[in-house]
Design a protein around this ligand. Structure first.
Ligand SMILES: *[C@@H]1O[C@H](CO)[C@@H](O)[C@H](O)[C@H]1NC(C)=O
Ligand SMILES: *[C@@H]1O[C@H](CO)[C@@H](O)[C@H](O)[C@H]1NC(C)=O
Ligand SMILES: *[C@@H]1O[C@H](CO)[C@@H](O)[C@H](O)[C@H]1NC(C)=O
Ligand SMILES: *[C@@H]1O[C@H](CO)[C@@H](O)[C@H](O)[C@H]1NC(C)=O
Ligand SMILES: *[C@@H]1O[C@H](CO)[C@@H](O)[C@H](O)[C@H]1NC(C)=O
Ligand SMILES: *[C@@H]1O[C@H](CO)[C@@H](O)[C@H](O)[C@H]1NC(C)=O
Ligand SMILES: *[C@@H]1O[C@H](CO)[C@@H](O)[C@H](O)[C@H]1NC(C)=O
Ligand SMILES: *[C@@H]1O[C@H](CO)[C@@H](O)[C@H](O)[C@H]1NC(C)=O
Ligand SMILES: *[C@@H]1O[C@H](CO)[C@@H](O)[C@H](O)[C@H]1NC(C)=O
Ligand SMILES: *[C@@H]1O[C@H](CO)[C@@H](O)[C@H](O)[C@H]1NC(C)=O
Ligand SMILES: *[C@@H]1O[C@H](CO)[C@@H](O)[C@H](O)[C@H]1NC(C)=O
Ligand SMILES: *[C@@H]1O[C@H](CO)[C@@H](O)[C@H](O)[C@H]1NC(C)=O
Length: 750
């Protein structure tokens, strides 16, 4: 029996059951959907449809790729190169490199056990492997099923990126939307031979958490509207989002008004979409359908397949063209599941001076960490790591005791830059030419000078391709989900860190230098351009480092974004320094201004413990300060300080109360240094004004040190070139140790 089935719907809308997520920012973007063109292909074994999606930005343009539309696939896979070093320039021209998911990350087990392709009969069992040069860890191979000929293929899980255009249903905006799956997969180009020409991937639109719909957040809602074209000469369209949707020529008819809805059904063991069809009516004659029979929607099967041999169901779709590319000014809005990266900061007093370190993750599975000194002056991160070619025994040799990295060859682009410009400039540094490569490397390497911030002495390191891992956050959480960022750094021998606090084996360069963390140009690193540092005042607690533009929340005021406490002043540049400078116009102590000479520079430092003032400024400050504290009994000065007080009731916190010291900044804002940041308790009975005389010619004339930063939130905003200071958080009944470091699941990524 052959019958022609009339299908009234020309647009298929799949509405998901959405999880009610907590409301995010009030920002209401101008778009209501994302939009991608759909092409029909007739040159493969069967008719198929693809979406065109942008993958990555290389050589000043987005690469576009065509992906088969697959409503069933558990994850996205496509033709890409898995490379652990994915710096611009390290990938062949106009190809897309992604970085591997290691077998130890949760996605690997999750995909293999719960979100893999069913059909394992034809698939070999998956194993772990470690095959990428420079990557010390195992990769995560997975099986993929070719949707055209059903055969099994190999792919490797990777961190991927997909970019699409936004729309209000009528206009295509220039604003883009980025989707960042926890895992997609790279397959070799040969896997796509049986695909239509120029189609090099499978875009999963299923209900799996690794499919595209799971990666799109507010305001889109998880609604897919698909309009397949009937010819290969004109594209159809896929919308994602609530609508409205318009198709020409009826530019004011929201096509949602033409829709009839039915419930989507779930089917065990499938990520696809099902509906219930109860009967088929042809010319008023009803044909009964057996109860409980399932009706599946497929974008890979060209014809509707019915148990009793029905024929020809074709979704026809009017030609779509968008009306215009108006709204050019819409800003780029790329929502992440997280808004910042976050890491704990610890204070150390077991080296020659107090220092602060940030804890980064070395290996996700093993919970290994690395502590790096926070240095806002350093041009290049360096840490204890080694190069090895012994890939075979990498797992044993590199993973636990040592960190292995791949060297930057001497002839690769940034090497000369690093050696000549973005290096430590210090008279104690020797010439770095003619330094031999470490043994066993077999390639020329790129030696660089590094400066030990404790001793001030020059040391040797070798530039490398590096990666750092931090936890993600939306300002108040410490998500289990981590984020890799890739940057150039350097490896120094572990003996280089003897002067450092115990267990601190490197320096994290947070300066504005080209290869330091904020300006690194790796993968998705725009988030690293804003650095917020909150130094703890005690050893037993953790402060916090945020990368990314707020909000940030501290207990107990879980509803107050601490960025609201910030006063901003412009960040200034200073020749021959990669560090951060601001302008201090005057210093006020109890309403009286101390004149600060015009045009002096004020430098910020995370490796100098106390604020150092040029002698003329120092003397004026001390004179004024002793005047306003003359009721407090003085004590014999304890070096390096010169103004000290007797304290009687010391019980762990400074018991003196002194007037605040206001630094009047450019643009009129004040940085108020209150007692906890101006007075340091030295012994049980003596507390001193924690400022130091830098000498008559000290340059910079003012250098603000870490004691004055403790329990203040400070923000180095390299996007807007400004410095933000909260003044003491203690006055707001919170402190730098009040970030909640309880590990939590990121509900958006699941
Ligand atoms: C890659 O592209 C860049 C920029 O277009 C060009 O300068 C370079 O020569 C290309 N390299 C190769 C190997 O084609
Ligand atoms: C792969 O390695 C991870 C981490 O070592 C382990 O948990 C997992 O069982 C391994 N899987 C296979 C298939 O060998
Ligand atoms: C999407 O946006 C990109 C970049 O703005 C543009 O090059 C491309 O043509 C747009 N695609 C469509 C279908 O409008
Ligand atoms: C299916 O297609 C792939 C290429 O896309 C090919 O490598 C494989 O051999 C094909 N399998 C069969 C059974 O034809
Ligand atoms: C595939 O892409 C190439 C290069 O962009 C183009 O010349 C060719 O016409 C495309 N083939 C098809 C069938 O679209
Ligand atoms: C249909 O499914 C329901 C619920 O799963 C079941 O109770 C009923 O027996 C099924 N009917 C037939 C005819 O299989
Ligand atoms: C250094 O790390 C080791 C091993 O994790 C630990 O036992 C030790 O207490 C740490 N030392 C300090 C000073 O933190
Ligand atoms: C500062 O001056 C203002 C007004 O001139 C006065 O109200 C205030 O009490 C003064 N503050 C101190 C600490 O002297
Ligand atoms: C301060 O700097 C400005 C601009 O660089 C310059 O015009 C001015 O003469 C300088 N003033 C002093 C006192 O050096
Ligand atoms: C020290 O004493 C002050 C008041 O005398 C009190 O507020 C503070 O909590 C005490 N601190 C400690 C650590 O006991
Ligand atoms: C800064 O502090 C001084 C003195 O304490 C005060 O006179 C001035 O009004 C303050 N400025 C701002 C913007 O609060
Ligand atoms: C810290 O965060 C965890 C996880 O979100 C939460 O359960 C706990 O209540 C928080 N603690 C405080 C003091 O807010």
């Amino acid at each position: 029996m052959k019958m022609h089935l009339l299908l009234r719907l020309s647009v298929i809308v799949l509405a998901f059951v959405t999880h009610q997520h907590e409301a995010i920012a009030q920002y209401v973007p101008p778009y209501t959907s994302i939009v991608v063109p759909v092409n029909k292909h007739t040159d493969a074994a069967k008719d198929l449809y693809s979406v065109q999606i942008m993958t990555t930005y290389v050589n000043m343009q987005y690469l576009h790729a065509k992906f088969l539309i697959d409503l069933d696939a558990p994850f996205i896979w496509h033709d890409c190169i898995l490379q652990w070093n994915i710096f611009p320039g390290s990938c062949p021209n106009n190809t897309y490199c992604t970085s591997p998911v290691s077998c130890e990350e949760f996605q690997c087990t999750d995909v293999r056990t719960s979100y893999s392709y069913e059909n394992s009969a034809s698939c070999p069992p998956v194993t772990n492997s470690s095959t990428l040069p420079g990557w010390g860890f195992c990769t995560c191979p997975v099986n993929v099923i070719n949707p055209i000929n059903g055969s099994c293929g190999d792919a490797q899980l990777s961190y991927d990126q997909f970019t699409v255009n936004t729309s209000d249903g009528k206009n295509v905006f220039t604003g883009l939307y980025g989707a960042y799956p926890n895992a997609a997969a790279c397959a070799p180009s040969s896997s796509f031979k049986s695909f239509p020409a120029n189609v090099t991937g499978v875009m999963a639109f299923s209900t799996s958490p690794y499919a595209l719909p799971a990666l799109l957040f507010q305001p889109l809602k998880k609604i897919i509207a698909l309009c397949l074209p009937s010819t290969s000469s004109a594209p159809g369209v896929l919308f994602f989002g609530t609508g409205p949707y318009y198709l020409l020529p009826n530019s004011d008819v929201d096509v949602r008004s033409l829709l009839s809805y039915t419930s989507l059904l779930k089917h065990p063991d499938s990520f696809g979409y099902y509906i219930g069809v109860t009967s088929i009516v042809i010319k008023q004659k009803s044909i009964g359908i057996p109860v409980n029979s399932t009706t599946k929607l497929s974008t890979l099967e060209p014809y509707t397949t019915l148990r009793n041999d029905f024929k020809y169901l074709r979704c026809t779709c009017k030609k779509y063209t968008f009306i215009s590319h108006q709204h050019e000014a819409i800003s780029q809005y790329v929502p992440y599941a997280h808004t910042s990266l976050v890491a704990p900061i610890r204070k150390h007093i077991d080296a020659a001076k107090p220092l602060y370190s940030v804890q980064t993750i070395l290996s996700v599975g093993d919970k290994l960490h690395e502590n790096l000194l926070i240095d806002i002056d350093a041009p290049l991160t360096y840490h204890a790591c080694i190069f090895t070619k012994r890939i075979a025994d990498r797992d044993h040799y590199c993973r636990i005791e040592k960190i292995c990295r791949s060297p930057l060859p001497c002839n690769e682009d940034p090497c000369r830059d690093l050696q000549n410009i973005y290096t430590y400039h210090n008279p104690s540094c020797p010439s770095i030419t003619n330094i031999p490569s470490p043994p066993d490397i077999g390639t020329c390497t790129c030696p660089v000078n590094v400066l030990d911030p404790v001793t001030g002495l020059c040391g040797l390191a070798y530039a490398n391709h590096d990666a750092f891992i931090l936890h993600t956050s939306k300002g108040r959480q410490f998500f289990k989900e981590v984020f890799y960022f890739f940057q150039y750094a350097s490896c120094a021998s572990s003996t280089s860190f003897k002067s450092f606090p115990a267990n601190v084996t490197g320096v994290m360069a947070l300066s504005a230098a080209r290869y330091a963390l904020p300006t690194s140009r790796g993968y998705l690193v725009s988030i690293t351009q804003i650095i917020a540092i909150c130094l703890p005042s005690r050893l037993s607690v953790r402060g916090v480092l945020f990368l990314g533009n707020g909000p940030y929340f501290f207990n107990p005021q879980s509803d107050i974004d601490v960025t609201s406490y910030l006063s901003y002043t412009p960040l200034l540049k200073q020749p021959d320094s990669f560090g951060y400078f601001i302008r201090v116009n005057a210093i006020f102590i109890k309403n009286r201004s101390i004149t600060v000479p015009a045009n002096i520079t004020t430098k910020l430092s995370t490796t100098d413990p106390y604020t150092t003032l040029r002698t003329d400024i120092y003397n004026s400050v001390v004179k004024r300060f002793s005047k306003v504290t003359k009721k407090i009994p003085p004590a014999k000065a304890i070096a390096p300080f010169s103004l000290c007080f007797k304290t009687s009731k010391y019980n762990g916190t400074v018991s003196l109360k002194v007037p605040g010291i206001d630094l009047s900044l450019q643009d009129g804002k004040n940085w108020t240094i209150s007692t906890t940041n101006s007075i340091k308790q030295i012994t049980k009975n003596v507390a001193c004004l924690a400022f130091i005389d830098g000498g008559a010619t000290s340059e910079p004339a003012i250098m603000i040190g870490t004691f004055q930063f403790e329990d203040n939130l400070v923000v180095f905003d390299n996007v807007n070139s400004r410095f933000g200071i909260s003044s003491s958080l203690l006055r707001k009944q919170t402190s730098c140790s009040h970030f909640n470091f309880t590990l939590t699941d990121n509900t958006y990524s699941k």
